[in-house]
Write a protein that binds this ligand. Structure first.
Ligand code: ZN
Length: 249
């Protein structure tokens, strides 16, 4: 079930919203980024990871939404990191994340939801460069694995999900575009981009993902209906309406 996408990077996709769990081989061992989401899938991922024969040394959560804050005892009792801002929000809203996990998928170990601490100053066991920005969620971070040829994008650059603005904060159009600028610069150093949800982008598809997210945001800015294939999915109407409500008057 693990698909190798780089030199020491593997992805397993969930049946729920094409969520991507990523396994990264760092200097000290494996780091699991956003593992999810059902209990059976987490357990399956644990089996995949055991077959790699390298110990799990840490976890990393890209942002404080419940589906990115999950864990399973079979991964081991190791530290799980996030940006300081993400860790704070995740800790404060832990009960809400547990409730959402419980109602969304079976078998998620609820006692292990949202147990994350601020990333160490030198990154600790988390390899690559963490790129923190203000789009989509507080403390959201991408992970640039330049040596391994992969950018882990968190909840951006998806072929199934439109950009989702953080409804709790103002200035999200600017923040989202600024984040895309930084991620696009990072993506120039790699061949593969792994979104939090959806198909892995390789080669020319990477540029197409940036173009699609930018075109969607530009349409929002102009108060025009976006010409975006992702909106052809009925269930994207809700997130699109939420974005429209988040726009300044
Ligand atoms: Zn999210």
């Amino acid at each position: 079930m693990l698909k190798q996408v780089g030199d020491g990077v593997w992805v397993r996709q969930s049946g729920w919203v094409w969520s991507n769990s990523t396994v990264v081989r760092g200097e000290h061992g494996l780091v699991l980024v956003d593992p999810g989401i059902s209990g059976a899938e987490l357990s399956g991922l644990a089996g995949d990871v055991e077959r790699l024969g390298v110990p799990v040394v840490a976890g990393f959560a890209t942002h404080p939404h419940f589906d990115h804050l999950l864990w399973h005892s079979r991964f081991g009792d190791v530290p799980r990191y996030a940006t300081a801002a993400c860790a704070q929000v995740a800790t404060e809203s832990r009960e809400q994340a547990q409730a959402m996990a419980a109602e969304t998928a079976d078998g998620i170990p609820l006692d292990l939801v949202a147990l994350v601490s601020p990333l160490l100053a030198d990154g600790g066991p988390v390899p690559g460069k963490v790129i923190e920005h203000d789009a989509h969620a507080v403390g959201h971070a991408a992970v640039l694995l330049a040596d391994l040829g992969v950018l882990l994008a968190g909840d951006m650059l998806s072929d199934v999900l439109i950009p989702m603005l953080d409804p709790r904060r103002t200035g999200q159009l600017d923040a989202y575009e600024a984040a895309l600028d930084r991620l696009e610069e990072a993506a120039r150093q790699v061949n593969v981009v792994v979104p939090g949800h959806g198909t892995i982008a390789e080669g020319a598809e990477v540029a197409a993902r940036f173009a699609a997210d930018r075109a969607y945001l530009e349409a929002l800015r102009r108060r025009k209906q976006p010409a975006d294939v992702r909106l052809e999915q009925d269930w994207m109407a809700g997130p699109h309406q939420t974005n429209l409500k988040a726009l300044p008057d």
